[in-house]
Design a protein around this ligand. Structure first.
Ligand code: ADP
Ligand code: ADP
Length: 592
């Protein structure tokens, strides 16, 4: 069987190792040139001579090699390949002439590459990584398919594409004010900024905007562009739940007139936004295959089931199951942590939190718009930030995962595990046997924490905080930078771990599927007054009541999918939406 051999070049440090990959390779020891030194001084692994033993994968001290079986897709379907031992993308998504097409798949499987190719920003090499591709060759490659006309327009310079890039923090470097940055797109900046609720910030320099504001700014600029095709790469990152829903509405309106493609990991959002979606399967940094498009509901249900029937491909060993866990009767709940009312006064912000009770084994979500004090509240409980009034509970052991992570040591996760081996505060056995495998960290155990991607660092930080023996776990935005699969996985893990430890947890997050899977209840944070200078936090409430309080503000209702029990956003003004709003039931009722 043919193999795919991948070298993660940024992790490969050939001067700092003994070339174990080559030294231990059985074909090399038999005299074959299976692993040789390439022109850049790094190994080249022959895919034809490789026997798939996996010894190099295990021996590499930097976890820089992957050996996989080739996917079921045909080699002729390769659209782009980054080098001999590099990533390869099979097929492309197909934008519809009108309406929104979604793309859903794991991190590092080629979504951004596909978007750049469709936008005409990157010429695909069709697998011939030694020669740059051309648009004429691309047209030939897609001849007879629906993408032929698309690439003909690119080849003739006739396609106008607007792309909202994935990494919005980079735009802050331009030194422009928000209004200038949006106006550069050519359209009406005020209309675009108003549609995303950012008009009051128009004159602020980009460098002074928060991550969420930069995201909204980048979306506004894309909206202000007069284009034939609009591409949005992860529009929900850094946005709070309220803004996610607002943006979803704006994009839906755009899709009623234009061709739109959206890459998104927030399943509730994608489900609501897109009419159909391509699923992507593959292996991070190795290969990605784009499925045929499926109607939206089928796409997400298929994704959750983990089996792509059309192509006979299993994309996950286990299905993801939602359960409509109804609230526990009060008699079965035991208080684990009680906190009294607390307040925090910053120079320009005041937070008031009413007291509450966290029950044994329960995970409580913290939801609300940005800048309402969620992080401040968590920091007060973590003992990082003293309250101005009130006191955090004293006799509680806390494990805290902050919102912003920064690795500042060259140590790897394995080094950290060894260092913690004799620390009674840590359950290192659980870390090794449960948390590392569940969060799929095995393949990066030997990578320096400073070299991990944002998603890997997030998973490592959550693993380490869940390994600490604690009565209260505080996780601030654990789903940031994760793909949908990793989010669902982490949600179930947090829940399981908290139940198993008879502990309790507070989790700040904005992803409704994550919250629905992980949480038994919610604390709700809202702005107080109109100036944005104060916030209030209440709860915990049962899931439905908490969601009702939050969703009432944004006038969005959810129902449950009868087949998978997952939450689904009702279309604005649909019969169900109107009925539910009239009854004040914004979130579905829990069924036993
Ligand atoms: P996604 O958007 O799904 O996260 P990307 O399209 O950004 O995936 O990248 C897919 C893979 O392609 C990455 O994991 C990386 O290994 C590889 N890759 C991306 N850009 C380049 C590049 N310019 N040169 C070499 N490899 C790249
Ligand atoms: P959220 O987590 O809901 O986004 P935060 O707790 O991070 O909200 O912040 C709430 C408000 O408090 C923000 O307006 C922020 O500017 C302000 N704030 C947060 N930390 C500090 C600080 N250390 N000093 C002064 N103001 C702060």
């Amino acid at each position: 069987m043919a193999r795919i051999a991948i070298l993660l070049t940024d992790r490969c440090h050939p001067k700092e190792c003994q070339w174990e990959c080559q030294a231990y390779c059985p074909p090399v020891r038999m005299g074959q040139e299976c692993i040789v030194e390439g022109p850049l001084g790094k190994p080249i692994i022959s895919e034809t001579l490789c026997i798939g033993c996996g010894i190099c994968v295990h021996k590499c001290p930097f976890d820089a090699i992957k050996i996989l079986n080739t996917p079921t897709a045909d080699e002729a379907e390769i659209v782009h390949r980054y080098g001999y031992n590099g990533f390869r993308l099979y097929r492309l998504p197909l934008p519809a002439p009108q309406g929104i097409v979604g793309v859903l798949g794991p991190n590092g499987t080629g979504k951004s590459t596909a978007l750049r190719i469709l936008a005409g920003m990157e010429v695909p090499n069709l697998g011939d990584y030694e020669h740059p591709g051309s648009w004429d060759q691309t047209v030939d490659h897609f001849r007879g398919t629906a993408l032929q006309a698309h690439f003909q327009r690119i080849a003739r310079g006739e396609l106008r594409a607007a792309i909202k890039p994935q990494y919005v923090d980079r735009i802050a470097e331009s030194g422009q004010r928000l209004s200038e940055y949006v106006a550069d797109a050519g359209g009406d900046a005020t209309v675009a900024l108003t549609s995303v609720g950012l008009a009051p910030r128009a004159s602020v320099p980009l460098a002074e905007l928060s991550g969420g504001e930069l995201q909204l700014g980048a979306i506004a600029r894309t909206l202000a562009t007069d284009a034939d095709l609009y591409l949005f790469d992860e529009p929900s990152s850094y946005l709070d739940i309220v803004h996610r829903l607002q943006v979803a509405r704006v994009l839906r309106r755009l899709g009623q007139q234009k061709s739109v493609l959206v890459v998104e990991h927030d399943l509730a959002l994608l489900d609501y936004l897109a009419d159909k979606a391509h699923l992507l399967y593959g292996e991070e940094a190795a290969f990605g295959v784009i499925s045929h498009p499926l109607p939206m509901r089928t796409a997400i249900n298929t994704y959750l089931t983990g089996y792509l029937r059309d192509e006979n491909v299993r994309i996950r060993p286990e299905p993801i199951r939602f359960t409509a866990h109804p609230p526990k009767p009060p008699a079965l709940r035991t208080a684990r942590v009680e906190f009294g009312p607390m307040e925090k006064q910053y120079p320009a912000f005041h937070l008031r939190v009413s007291g509450g009770v966290l029950s044994k084994g329960e995970t409580i979500g913290i939801v609300g718009p940005n800048a309402t004090g969620k992080t401040t509240f968590v920091k007060m409980l973590a003992g990082v930030e003293p309250p101005t009034a009130g006191t955090p509970p004293a006799d509680v052991t806390v494990s805290y995962k902050p919102q912003y992570l920064k690795a500042n040591q060259p140590a790897s996760l394995r080094d950290r595990m060894s260092a913690l081996a004799n620390d009674p505060q840590f359950d290192v056995a659980a870390l090794e046997k449960e948390l590392v495998p569940a969060l799929r960290l095995d393949s990066v155990l030997d990578v320096a924490l400073t070299d991990l991607s944002s998603g890997e660092l997030q998973r490592a930080a959550v693993a380490l905080s869940l390994a600490r023996r604690a009565t209260l776990y505080l996780l601030d935005e654990p789903s940031a930078y994760l793909d949908a699969d990793e989010r669902m996985n982490m949600a179930r893990l947090v829940r399981r771990r908290v139940e198993h430890e008879s502990a309790t947890a507070l989790v700040v997050d904005h992803d409704v599927y994550f919250l629905d899977l992980a949480c038994d209840g919610l604390m709700v944070f809202v702005p107080e007054g109109t100036s944005g200078a104060a916030g209030r936090g209440d709860g915990p409430f049962a899931m439905r009541e908490g969601m009702n309080r939050l969703l009432r503000e944004v006038e969005v209702t959810f129902r449950r999918d009868p087949e998978t029990l997952r939450p689904r956003i009702n279309q604005e003004d649909s019969v169900l939406d109107r009925e539910q709003r009239a009854r004040g039931e914004y979130y579905y009722e829990a069924v036993a």
